[in-house]
Design a protein around this ligand. Structure first.
Ligand SMILES: [Zn+2]
Length: 341
């Protein structure tokens, strides 16, 4: 039996395939389910029990050899070598090259944001990407025919204008608040969709993280303190923060938060357009109407909410200047994030 195995492994080593037919002949003989190696395996039962382990090992080795040779033959044919016999023999003892993948930069940032908020007691919620009008707009205080709805270009389902791809993760906030009782300390990350032309600065889908905190006596000071903590954890302890008044239908008052530019450290560069500040998120006190729309007594409870784009944060952290790079699956781009987690 040992001779037979030896003989086969010699045959495998010597085999050359000049064309696809010969490669196929090799495959049938050594790789397919009905290969000679399959016969060797089925003869296992005739081997004396004390020799079975050694036998199995020998058969496995020759099987591995056959597979490595098969890959080498394919590669040779693909590389267009006219006569593989004329080339130097392939060193089958070399270990196979394994290319490990990398964690996607958006996943790196997503995980980091979740980790920072989990430290201060936030849990994570999820919701559907296909939403109805109520959860995406009405409950969030976007009145019907109100121009605020025009702020976001929405993908509607043609046959049913009540159904759309969610334009923000705020819809998850509604789903959590209508189904559970306060207090809430929740983070809601997810993919969102806008009907926009794709360019370096805009895409038809991107990722957001929504966060909200609802309890008795929650005030603006809690919002500022929480986001202050977040910015320092993510961008470094020397990060400066400022709030600018803004408008969102679902918060009142509303504010956008800027951080001191982490690239030029506030001195001015093209990322911060020479202002020394970059915007990273929108926030505000949850409008009492939104709480009431979810059946929460706005006299008893108050809360704050914030939302940010993961692509934007990743852009600032990794200095990526084209949104399209995130979804092109170019390994040259992705490989740059190999040692970051
Ligand atoms: Zn700058």
């Amino acid at each position: 039996m040992a001779d037979k195995i030896q003989e086969l492994s010699e045959e495998i080593k010597q085999f050359t395939a000049a064309n696809q037919e010969e490669l196929e002949a090799y495959r049938i003989k050594f790789i397919s389910r009905k290969s000679v190696l399959g016969d060797l395996f089925s003869e296992m039962k005739n081997v004396a029990p004390e020799n079975r382990k050694a036998y199995g090992q020998a058969v496995n080795e020759v099987k591995q050899l056959a597979e490595e040779k098969f890959r080498a033959l394919i590669e040779e044919l693909e590389n267009g070598s006219e006569s593989s016999a004329s080339k130097a023999p392939i060193d089958l003892s070399l270990p196979p090259v394994v290319n490990l993948g990398t964690v996607h930069p958006l996943t790196i940032i997503h995980n980091r944001i979740v980790e920072i908020f989990q430290k201060i007691g936030f849990n994570v919620a999820d919701g559907p990407e296909i939403e109805d009008d109520f959860h995406n707009f009405t409950a969030l205080n976007f009145p019907e025919n109100h121009p605020a709805r025009e702020m976001q270009d929405t993908f509607f389902i043609e046959s049913n204008p009540d159904i759309a791809l969610r334009t923000h993760t705020s819809s998850i906030q509604i789903r959590v608040m209508e189904n559970q009782k306060p207090p809430f300390r929740t983070l809601a990350p997810g993919r969102v969709f806008r009907n926009e032309a794709i360019s370096a600065r805009a895409h038809c889908f991107f990722h957001q993280v929504e966060g909200f905190f609802v309890d008795k006596n929650v005030g603006l000071v809690d919002l500022k303190q929480t986001l202050y903590y977040f910015a320092k954890e993510l961008f470094g302890q020397d990060t400066q923060v400022r709030f600018r008044p803004s408008y969102f239908p679902f918060t009142e008052p509303s504010a956008e938060m800027d951080i001191s530019c982490n690239i030029c450290k506030g001195k001015g560069c093209n990322v911060c357009k020479y202002t020394g500040w970059v915007e990273i998120l929108g926030s505000g006190m949850i409008d009492p109407n939104v709480l009431e729309n979810c059946g929460i007594d706005s006299e008893e409870y108050t809360g704050f909410a914030f939302g940010m784009g993961i692509e934007r944060i990743a852009m600032l952290k990794f200095q990526v200047n084209d949104l399209r790079l995130y979804s092109e699956n170019d390994v040259r781009f992705l490989n740059q994030f190999k040692n970051i987690s």
